[in-house]
Design a protein around this ligand. Structure first.
Ligand code: V0V
Length: 138
């Protein structure tokens, strides 16, 4: 079903400070940065070498953001595990058949034009799992 670990999402309070930490301490490069209003986040993708996997730093845009809620409950730290897939519609259909709840009836827009959905953490051993179908290469 899954082809790669696309990213691991980490809830942070201060995005610029977190980017600086990942650059200065781990030597990671900022691959992409964007604001996603619908998801209530400002996010930064930090590349893990040339693996094509990233660390996604997620800062809340408001107090209503899922990330603000996560930090209030758990503090900063790992919030999600994201797998890359080729066809998010097909993978969602398969996972539904296998009895797990998807958060959205249809995929939503994620980083850099990707299509994303999530498996509910309560159906997945306490892990919020994101499915990412990257935007087609130009
Ligand atoms: C909540 N729970 C979690 C969790 N968030 N468990 C593991 N990991 C998490 N991240 C547990 C929580 O402890 C509760 O367990 C239960 O689920 C219900 O949580 P809640 O605090 O009442 O929160 P809800 O239900 O309001 O929201 C939880 C969900 C929400 C997962 C539904 O966070 C959500 O819609 N997430 C998907 C969207 C998202 O995360 N967006 C930000 C990243 P107990 O206490 O009942 O046992 S945006 C992104 O990734 C982008 C743009 C991208 O990659 O491209």
């Amino acid at each position: 079903l899954f082809t790669h670990i696309d990213h691991v999402g980490i809830a942070v309070a201060d995005l610029d400070a977190a980017i600086a930490f990942y650059q200065d301490v781990y030597g990671m490069e900022l691959a992409h940065r964007e604001t996603n209003e619908e998801q209530g986040v400002e996010e930064a993708m930090m590349a893990v070498g040339d693996s094509t996997s990233c660390i996604q730093l997620l800062a809340p845009l408001s107090e209503e953001s899922t990330i603000a809620k996560f930090i209030a409950k758990n503090g900063v730290g790992i919030q999600q595990m994201a797998y890359r897939v080729e066809d998010v519609d097909a993978v969602c259909a398969t996972l539904k058949e296998r009895g797990v709840r998807l958060l959205y009836p249809e995929p939503k827009r994620g980083t850099a034009g990707s299509r994303i959905n999530f498996v509910h953490p309560k159906d997945a051993g306490g892990v919020l799992v994101e499915l990412v179908e990257p935007a087609p290469a130009h």
